[in-house]
Design a protein around this ligand. Structure first.
Ligand code: C2E
Ligand code: MG
Ligand code: MG
Length: 362
């Protein structure tokens, strides 16, 4: 069985006995993909593959996919045409990971983690209506380490509840001095949602900050659907009952079972930036994003498009009917002080963020 699971990722499920040479099968598949194609000119496609085996590497569907994915990422690092078989050392041997393992606990106590904020603007008028909290780690010697690099390690080390609580509390603390009609969005990884104590954590952080729950948006991703669906739906319902809003992040980047969307108490769809990148590149790009925006609106959800980088994209997206936008065109993620400054400018009748803001994009 073969299916597309993300923009350029495919999953293959093979049922085979122990004596089948999986590597040979993968090599043949990669070779076949690598044959030149003729599209106006010669076009070559390359691919890489990672695989994991049940019950040898994992016994649940979720774990098996995650481990195959890890192997796939390791293959991506090795380069086109490579094949990586999962083994436990993939999780811990890379130098980066070892470094993060060693340094992260120290970074937390040394306050090296910081929350930055990226403005979210209304499509009509370009006013800043919210901000998304994005975690930053600036290491004394290594410089900036990306959240997509260190968060998975934090999760493996069981540090994500500490870090997640820090991000939420910090964000709500900052939100206190911002206007009541400005919302703050905080990301929750699937593992954070899986943790039952998250509901109490959010409740107490809200109570301590005295920020209205309606000002908080929690961003979840489809990853929460991988296993224990009923449990996850219940968890998200519990969170929603606190009065916060729930957004589905990176919509369209994975494989959604659209039926499940209805089970979640969603308020907002955040359309993945890959669709925006396709805008203007091909005529299909525009049609697809229009359809997705219309889909979200038909479900009664507020639709936000991420990754808006050009004026051309902004105009097309506004025409497509999206409610809110976020992207480098308006502002890059920046420290809370920069948001204070933008708000002060807006109060004095400053220009809306509908064009690149030099102060932040420089
Ligand atoms: P995300 O939630 O989808 O966040 C949006 C990402 O897109 C951010 O990357 C942001 O800097 C980037 N971005 C914004 N506008 C543009 C644009 O116009 N063009 C391009 N190319 N990129 C843009 P960042 O900060 O590196 O964060 C990456 C991911 O890490 C986030 O994706 C989120 O899933 C995760 N993350 C960040 N902070 C946290 C956190 O506090 N907790 C959790 N659980 N995850 C976090
Ligand atoms: Mg997000
Ligand atoms: Mg996103």
């Amino acid at each position: 069985m073969c299916g597309r699971v993300a923009s350029d990722a495919f999953a293959v499920v093979l049922t085979a006995g122990p004596d089948v040479d999986i590597e040979a099968i993968l090599r043949a598949a990669l070779q076949s993909i690598g044959r030149p194609h003729w599209v106006d000119n010669v076009v070559r496609v390359s691919a890489h593959a990672g695989f994991a085996q049940a019950p040898h590497h994992a016994t649940t569907r979720g774990e098996l996919t995650r481990r195959a994915n890890r192997a796939l990422r390791a293959a991506a690092k090795k380069g086109p045409g490579s094949i990586v078989i999962f083994d436990l050392s993939i999780d811990t041997t890379s130098n980066d990971q070892k470094f993060i393992h060693r340094e992260l606990p120290r970074a937390i106590s040394a306050n090296e983690l910081e929350v930055h904020y990226q403005p979210i603007v209304s499509s009509q008028g370009g006013r800043m209506v919210g901000v998304e909290a994005l975690l930053r780690w600036t290491h004394a010697t290594r410089g900036a380490i990306q959240p997509t690099t260190f968060i998975p390690v934090a999760e493996q080390m069981g540090l994500m509840d500490t870090i997640g609580a820090f991000v939420l509390r910090r964000t709500l603390q900052d939100a206190r001095r911002w206007p009541d009609d400005l919302y703050v969005a905080v990301n929750l990884s699937p593992l954070q949602v899986r943790d039952r104590t998250i509901v109490d954590m959010v409740r107490s952080a809200l109570a301590d900050s005295a920020v209205a729950p309606s000002r908080l948006v929690l961003e979840i991703t489809e990853g929460v659907l991988i296993d224990d669906r009923d449990e996850m739906v219940k968890r998200i319902n519990d969170l929603h009952e606190l009065g916060v809003r729930v957004a589905l992040d990176d919509f369209g980047s994975g494989y959604y079972n659209l039926g499940y969307l209805q089970r979640f108490p969603l308020d907002k769809l955040k359309i993945d930036r890959s669709f925006v990148a396709a805008l203007g590149r091909s005529s299909n790009g525009g049609v697809i994003i229009q359809a997705i925006v219309a889909f979200g609106r038909a479900l009664g959800l507020s639709v936000l498009v991420e990754g808006v980088e050009t004026e051309h994209q902004r105009v097309l997206l506004r025409l497509a009917g999206c409610d809110e936008m976020q992207g480098f065109l308006f502002a890059k993620p920046a420290p809370a002080k920069a948001i204070d400054k933008l708000l002060a400018q807006a109060k004095q009748g400053g220009k809306p963020l509908s064009a690149a803001d030099e102060a932040l994009t420089a």
